[in-house]
Design a binder for this molecule. Structure first.
Ligand SMILES: Nc1ncnc2c1ncn2[C@@H]1O[C@H](COP(=O)(O)OP(=O)(O)O)[C@@H](O)[C@H]1O
Ligand SMILES: [Mg+2]
Length: 160
């Protein structure tokens, strides 16, 4: 896990005893008005729970039906209950920066709407500063240690 993010405005450590705690955290985030325009980076190894957190967050924001992981498509769009858009990225297989423009990712980051990125390190240099950086560490099968960094004022609002 790289540490090359910008200044930390605020940070917090929490513990998820199980996935229900992950879901409760997602619901709390979804309840913040700042969520609809936020950019959130999720860090942590395979199986940490990044996609699981995104699924709980999108559910809490009113997405129904199957929520596909973007691991093969790099990005999956979602329509939220309030009419806004969400883009869920997984840059694990992202190798060619030209794809950034071709796929229209620049437009997505230039417009409103929630953006969430797994494996943001693979698109370093292309992404704006995240509002929240969430680092998930595996402790055992169900327990996770989570560090949450607010890197912008909006991120601070999200942590409130
Ligand atoms: N506390 C927890 N928080 C999130 N996921 C958990 C937790 N405990 C167990 N899990 C499980 O861990 C797995 C995480 O997988 P996934 O979300 O795909 O990871 P990643 O996207 O980080 O590779 C899921 O099967 C999920 O049910
Ligand atoms: Mg994932």
């Amino acid at each position: 896990m790289t540490d090359d993010h910008g200044p930390i405005l605020e940070s917090r450590r929490i513990d998820w005893a199980d996935e229900a705690d992950c879901e409760a955290f997602a619901r709390a985030l979804a309840a913040q008005s700042a969520i609809s325009e936020a950019f959130i980076e999720l860090h942590g190894p395979l199986g940490a729970g990044k996609t699981t957190l995104v699924r709980h967050l999108l559910r809490a924001l009113g997405v129904s039906g199957r929520i596909k992981s973007p691991s093969y498509t790099v990005m999956e769009p979602h329509a939220l209950a309030d009419g806004s858009e969400a883009a869920h990225f997984d840059f694990y297989r992202f190798n060619d920066p030209r794809e950034w423009l071709d796929a229209g990712f620049r437009e997505i980051f230039a417009s409103k709407g929630l953006k969430i990125a797994e494996w943001a390190d693979k698109a370093a240099g292309l992404l704006p500063v995240a509002d929240l950086r969430i680092e998930i560490e595996l402790v055992d099968e169900h327990r996770r240690q989570v560090r949450i960094l607010a890197l912008t004022e909006r991120g601070r609002d999200l942590l409130a």
